[in-house]
Write a new protein. Structure first.
Length: 667
């Protein structure tokens, strides 16, 4: 059996042959064997001396000699043992010394005991001594050859003594000799099995270590992959966001200031259009390397934030130093002199624009730092690109107009400033529209659109999201589900709504009002949102499921609580964030996406991939056997009227119209 285990370990690590495994076993068991031998000899000597009492009972006339011999041999053996250990002798040498000590102990006892006048008692007594000394071998972890030689020598000593000292019939001598030999065979067999078992335990432990090491390596590789941008090798958005939150916590706890630099490659879309995506990737890699070099020299952390954007998080004692870093990065990219002959501003090389935000006492949320950097970047691009803009809360061009938006949100429903558009979700296998996602839009009084990324957080902060969310649910039920325009519609749900008492009751009343079954309405929870998983949230989700409503997890992979959500809540659909699909241009990106798909399939949930923007994306999802897809290639968000027009057409015709419509929109 140990041969099978040895073969298994050798297969686990092919570079180790059976001979190498045995050498490794000998090396690794070196200190352990010496420790066992030391304990064994001390125990054997103690037992050897304790049996002086039997000398007193059976051969009392020479007990003074046997005890003296026992003491001399026992103490000498222990002294030799400790001396060898002190001199760091090898385990084989220590074992040999212990084996010789055992043989010497029996031989000395025989020589002193044979002087007794009680010859008959001694003849049988020395059989007991021989068997005891053979059994003493089991006190140690002798290698089998040593144990075998020691036991065999012990038997030969006994047989010699039997022939010389025992005054008994030849038949009795033969019987006692046979009995002693059988004990020799038994103890040798036990020693052999113990040696095999020790080696097998070593092989199993080695195999377990190798497997654990391989698992640790795979885990590290997967963790590195999940935190690394596949194209540039920089940290990805997930990882850099974690660093940002760590610096934010230091700012909160110890007032350690830091700066955030949001960097955008100027006219990169035009570069891709003119030079091709492959050259665009090469350009991004070159820019990322030079930016990383500068960031590292300044003790900063950089990651790819998305597309042609990079984010730098750097601890800085003052704003002036942060500005110096940003200018150094702009200069380094210019010095790279990467050609870009198709710009419209007269510059012929790749440059970057930088938006910088710095921690201030007025900054109350970590997301606000990113938002301010984004506003500064927008201002930098608006003022000619290839420059740096520091966010200034006093500058009307970069100041936060959230107060105006908050005021608009209060009157948005009354004045019809808020509306819904719907993005289709296609079934990959059938090509049919399985569902649509309702997306909220807001415009100012002058008609200027406001990005959901701006007005949704403001609505949540001011509480307007409660009224807006209920309006969205009612509108979806009335315009889409009650008219059977679509089979299923999903609505994004805010954490504020989930924590609000009576939310599930409102949903139930709305479904009943329009005679819509709960299964046709889905609620999307965004993984990336800062939502504490408390009892109220879990209870609300449970109440929604009791109504038959579907519960989806949106943007899976972008936040930090995805696995916790999967453990606590049974989702109907998991929407994998678009970034993972767009990373599939590399093998590493494909492996990452396949790992996530495998995880979700093991959970038994329906999988929806976001961000399908090309025919290649769709074909890849068909190849991976994905349930549903969503993205601009499938259809852009559109009002209900347009959705109705598309819905009455065959899928192929609707697809062609979608393509033409996208072409006109500049896609």
């Amino acid at each position: 059996m140990h041969v099978l285990a040895e073969t298994a370990v050798a297969a686990t690590r092919p570079t180790l042959s059976p001979e190498q495994l045995r050498r490794l076993y000998k090396q690794e068991s070196e200190s352990g064997r010496k420790s066992v031998t030391r304990k064994g000899l001390w125990t054997a000597v103690a037992a050897y001396l304790a049996y002086s009492f039997t000398d007193y009972l059976f051969i009392g006339d020479v007990v003074q000699y046997t005890i003296a011999g026992r003491l001399a041999v026992g103490l000498s053996a222990l002294c030799v043992l400790e001396l060898l250990l002190c001199r760091k002798a090898k385990a084989d040498t220590v074992d040999m010394a212990a084996a010789v000590a055992v043989l010497a102990a029996y031989l000395v006892w025989l020589l002193t005991g044979q002087m007794t006048t009680v010859r008959d008692a001694f003849s049988y007594y020395m059989v007991f001594g021989a068997i005891f000394m053979m059994s003493v071998n089991l006190f140690f972890s002798f290698r089998f050859p040593v144990a075998l030689v020691a036991s065999a020598t012990n038997v030969l000593i006994f047989i010699g003594a039997l022939c010389l000292f025992a005054p008994m019939l030849l038949l009795h001598k033969l019987i006692l000799g046979a009995f002693c030999i059988s004990c020799f065979i038994f103890t040798s067999y036990v020693n052999l099995q113990l040696n095999r078992e020790r080696y097998k335990v070593f092989l199993n432990a080695l195999e377990a270590r190798l497997q654990q090491a391989a698992a640790d390596e795979r885990g590290k590789a997967l963790l590195h992959l999940s935190n690394t941008d596949a194209l540039t090798g920089l940290e990805n958005r997930r990882a850099i966001d974690q660093h940002l939150r760590e610096h934010w916590q230091l700012w909160q706890d110890h007032r350690a200031p830091f700066a955030v630099l949001l960097i955008d490659v100027d006219y990169f879309k035009r570069y891709n259009d003119c030079y091709g995506h492959q050259e665009g990737d090469r350009c991004l890699v070159a820019v990322s390397q030079i930016l990383q070099s500068v960031a590292s020299s300044w003790g900063s952390i950089i990651g790819r934030y998305g597309g042609e954007e990079f984010l730098v998080v750097t601890p800085m004692p003052d704003l002036e130093r942060a500005t110096d870093l940003a200018e150094a990065m702009c200069a380094a990219v210019r010095a790279l002199a990467w050609p870009h002959e198709h710009r419209r501003d007269g510059t012929t090389v790749i440059t970057v624009s930088v938006g910088l935000s710095y921690t201030r006492d007025e900054t109350k949320q970590v997301d606000k730092v990113i938002y301010e950097a984004d506003r500064a970047l927008y201002a930098a691009k608006a003022t000619g690109r290839d420059n740096l803009v520091v966010f200034d809360p006093e500058d009307p061009q970069s100041s936060d107009d959230s107060e105006d938006i908050a005021a608009i949100l209060k009157i948005a429903l009354e004045h019809g400033l808020v509306s819904l558009v719907y993005q289709p979700i296609r079934n990959v296998q059938t090509g049919e529209t399985d569902a649509v996602e309702a997306l909220m839009r807001l415009r100012m009084l002058d008609g200027t659109p406001v990005s959901p990324a701006i007005f949704i957080p403001i609505a949540e902060r001011t509480g307007s999201i409660i009224e807006l969310g209920r309006w969205a649910i009612r509108t979806v039920c009335r315009d889409l589900l009650a008219t059977n325009l679509v089979q299923v519609a999903s609505v994004n749900v805010s954490p504020i709504e989930l924590q609000m008492p009576g939310f599930a009751k409102y949903v139930a009343a709305t479904l009943a009002e329009f005679n819509v079954t709960g299964a046709r309405l889905a609620f999307e929870i965004t993984e990336g949102m800062e939502l504490e998983i408390d009892q109220d949230v879990v209870r609300c989700i449970s109440d929604l499921r009791k109504l038959g409503a579907q519960v989806w997890l949106d943007d899976f992979g972008t936040g930090f609580a995805g696995l916790s959500w999967l453990r606590l809540i049974e989702f109907d659909t998991i929407k994998i964030d678009r970034s993972f699909l767009h990373d599939c241009s590399t093998e590493r990106g494909k492996r990452m996406l396949l790992d996530i798909i495998s995880l979700l399939r093991n959970r038994g949930v329906r999988i929806l991939i976001e961000g399908v923007e090309t025919i290649e994306h769709q074909r890849l999802m068909q190849q991976y056997g994905i349930n549903q897809i969503q993205g601009y290639y499938i259809g852009r968000p559109a009002p209900a009227a347009q959705l109705e027009a598309d819905n009455v057409l065959p899928f192929s015709i609707a697809r062609n119209l979608d393509s033409k419509r996208q072409f006109r929109n500049g896609l």
